[in-house]
Write a protein that binds this ligand. Structure first.
Ligand SMILES: *Cc1c(COP(=O)(O)O)cnc(C)c1O
Length: 406
């Protein structure tokens, strides 16, 4: 008889990854073993408040009971059919997601990058079939400092050299303009333009919030130019900013919205392209697809996510606790914080570079029991689950104050 394998500790597990795991990430040195709500616990039983929430994939916290319950019930019944057949969960998911987002049609996919790729394909098809752009001439205008995912096409129109270099040749047909600059956008759009693709708030760039009027301006400009407005709400959407969609802040309705991350409830990857019938209606059988897109488990969890958002409770919490977050950060300006941008429960915080890099600040916060992630340079991003309590949030802000001022 062999003795049961001894459980390995954090340091041992981190060392064990090194030779066998591709080095495309540089995680904080914490090894999470279990989680509930806004809290995670490492292998040694230390607890941390999760102020990253899976880049907003965990908007409802870890293992939200309604979502776990929906997943369990579906696991016991039906998990996958492929789209070769109908299944009994897809109609309800699509109807409710369309209603929640105020659109007509839903194209279910899995990851965010797939939703972006699907949005690009749909916009191009619309440009040829409806707008009448000559074959293979369609262009899509995107913003500098964008983050839309990691496929070869998507990194091809990134302006982040780390994401791009070494992965060419890239897909043609994209024009990059500065973000938050309607004049530059106006100049880039012409008769070949299928769509303008932007994030309503640039998350990876450091939670960059455009000036008031920018999103409405993009809507007006694209309507006038006869091209589509495609909003990537994969990180900004589904409650994070205090609205179901971040574009609602300016009462803007894009032609196409890309969703992902929180749509899977932190359980399974679920993404979707939602939009008008005029646009999503261009796809015919065989022209696009995904083996796993819209599978029964994903649809069951996605439906439960939509049900949570239908109550408006999470949007309200994000707005209310967002005020606590802004107040706490404002009190730290000049005391380790150089500046910050926040909307709802989402903030990019520029830390005084003299105090350390974003990475170093993140490591210090980790040692104090708060998990965050740096973006660029000395900027850290705060995006706790929308289920976090005011007390927990104030606690995390207190820890940030301690790390920055001690
Ligand atoms: C995370 C993200 C994506 C990519 O999603 P994946 O699921 O990682 O492929 C695309 N756009 C935005 C705005 C994102 O934040």
């Amino acid at each position: 008889m062999t003795a049961p394998a001894r459980a390995r500790g954090s340091q041992e597990l981190i060392r064990a990854e090194e030779p066998v795991l591709a080095h495309n990430y540089h995680p904080l040195p914490v090894v999470v073993a279990r989680a509930e709500g806004a809290w995670v616990e490492d292998v040694e039983g230390r607890r941390y408040l999760d102020m990253l929430a899976g880049y907003s994939a965990l908007n409802f916290g870890h293992r939200h009971p309604a979502l776990v319950d929906a997943a369990h019930r579906q696991l016991d019944r039906l998990t996958l059919t492929s789209r070769a057949f109908h299944h009994d969960r897809l109609a309800g998911f699509a109807e409710r997601l369309a209603a929640l987002t105020g659109t007509d049609m839903v194209l279910p996919m899995n990851t965010g990058a797939e939703a972006v790729e699907s949005g690009i394909k749909v916009a191009r098809k619309w440009a040829y079939d409806v707008k009448g752009v000559p074959a293979d001439r369609a262009t899509i205008v995107v913003a500098a400092d964008n983050f839309h995912g990691r496929t070869t096409t998507i990194v091809g129109f990134s302006t982040d050299e780390t994401a791009r270099a070494g992965f060419g040749p890239f897909t043609p047909g994209f024009r990059v303009v500065p973000y938050n600059d309607l004049g530059a956008l106006e100049e880039a759009v012409d008769e070949t333009t299928a769509a303008v693709l932007i994030e309503p708030i640039q998350g990876e760039a450091g939670v960059l919030i455009p000036d008031d009027g920018y999103l409405a301006g993009v809507r007006e400009l694209t309507r006038r130019a006869g091209c589509l407005f495609v909003a990537d709400e994969i990180q900004s959407g589904l409650g994070r900013t205090g609205h179901t969609l971040a574009v609602e802040h300016e009462s803007v309705v894009p032609d196409v919205v890309l969703l992902g991350k929180a749509l899977g409830g932190g359980i399974v990857p679920v993404s979707a392209v939602v939009g008008s019938r005029e646009v999503l209606g261009v796809l015919r059988p065989g022209e696009h697809g995904s083996t796993f897109g819209g599978n029964p488990l994903a649809a069951a969890v996605g439906t439960a996510v939509v049900e949570l958002l239908e109550t408006g409770e999470f949007q309200r919490r994000a707005a209310e606790l967002g005020a606590v977050l802004r107040e706490g950060l404002a009190a730290l300006v000049g005391r380790g914080v150089v500046g910050f941008r926040a909307r709802g429960l989402w903030a990019g915080v520029d830390v005084d570079p003299a105090l350390g890099s974003g990475r170093e600040i993140s490591e210090r916060l980790m040692r104090e029991g708060v998990l965050v992630k740096d973006t660029h340079g000395s900027t850290i991003r705060l995006a706790p689950p929308l289920t976090v309590t005011g007390e927990e949030l104030r606690g995390a802000l207190g820890t940030l104050e301690k790390v920055l001022t001690s």
